[in-house]
Design a protein around this ligand. Structure first.
Ligand code: MLT
Length: 268
């Protein structure tokens, strides 16, 4: 995978296809590999760029967990766009990727032609979520990322996938188990202190697609509906038979919603 350097940090990213640029930011604690079904479906018409967030895939982690902020992760994305000389892109993020995408909207909204927010939420962590993340940081520091894999898979994947798609269950479990402890700890740090993006969403003028897996237990339908109400008139796509990782669990429905959104942008 190609790499760039942003503010002294190496960042790895996928870059496939030719056409209007689409940047897709992955969920926690996965990597750019989770976008394989979208790269495969869309790279004949779009340039699909899939960064590895710091600490995941081939991107090294923050040196110190205190440096790990959503703003820094957003600056990494903008730095990558600078390096690739892309003035404007369609920016999409799933879950943690959505948090980063919203932080990019706060930092450099002019770089975003349209936005895709999948299985994510605009509100910040509450006290309980922060405590849970702190406990996970301790667990991962002591026992490694593999120790949270089984519990996370239960939450990330919907009932349908867990009952009928053993291949997805095992590939997501392996992906989590192979994540670096420092990467996981840094991302938890950035997520637990992220800003509330509720006010920001109300100010955005870009066309937006909100996507949610019908069985998403982490960012359920009511979170998507909250974002829809704030955004005004976004497109909403609900993905049947999919949990939180809707792009992996039902790629056909996810790709079809994304492809129609992208082609409507071209007709503008
Ligand atoms: C993700 O999928 O990125 C995470 O579940 C997000 C979170 O823990 O808030």
């Amino acid at each position: 995978m190609p790499t760039t350097t942003v503010d002294g940090a190496k960042l790895s990213y996928g870059d496939e296809g030719k056409g209007p640029a689409l940047v897709l930011l992955h969920a926690f604690p996965l990597s750019s590999r989770m976008w394989a079904p979208q790269v495969q479906a869309l790279s004949d018409r779009y340039r699909v760029i899939t960064p590895d967030t710091r600490g995941f895939g081939d991107s090294p982690p923050f040196g110190d967990r205190q440096e790990a902020t959503m703003e820094r992760l957003a600056a990494d994305v903008v730095g990558l766009l600078d390096d690739l000389q892309l003035d404007q892109v369609v920016l999409g993020g799933l879950s943690m990727g959505g948090y980063i995408a919203m932080a990019v909207m706060a930092l450099a909204p002019e770089r975003v032609r349209a936005l895709v927010l999948a299985d994510t939420r605009c509100g910040p962590d509450g006290e309980e979520a922060r405590h849970r993340r702190s406990a996970q940081q301790v667990q991962v520091a002591e026992e490694g990322a593999g120790s949270i894999a089984a519990g996370m898979v239960e939450l990330l994947l919907g009932d349908t996938t867990r009952a009928h798609h053993a291949d997805i269950v095992s590939s997501v479990t392996e992906e989590i188990a192979s994540a670096s402890a420092a990467g996981v700890i840094g991302a938890l740090q950035a997520m637990k202190h992220r800003d509330d993006s509720t006010g920001l969403l109300g100010t955005l003028g870009q066309p937006t697609l909100v996507v949610v897996g019908e069985e998403d237990a982490i960012s359920p339908l009511d979170e998507a509906e909250t974002m829809v109400a704030i955004l005004g008139e976004p497109t909403l796509a609900t993905i049947p038979g999919a949990g939180h990782l809707s792009n992996l669990e039902n790629p056909e429905a996810f790709n079809s919603a994304l492809a129609s959104f992208l082609s409507a942008l071209e007709d503008d």
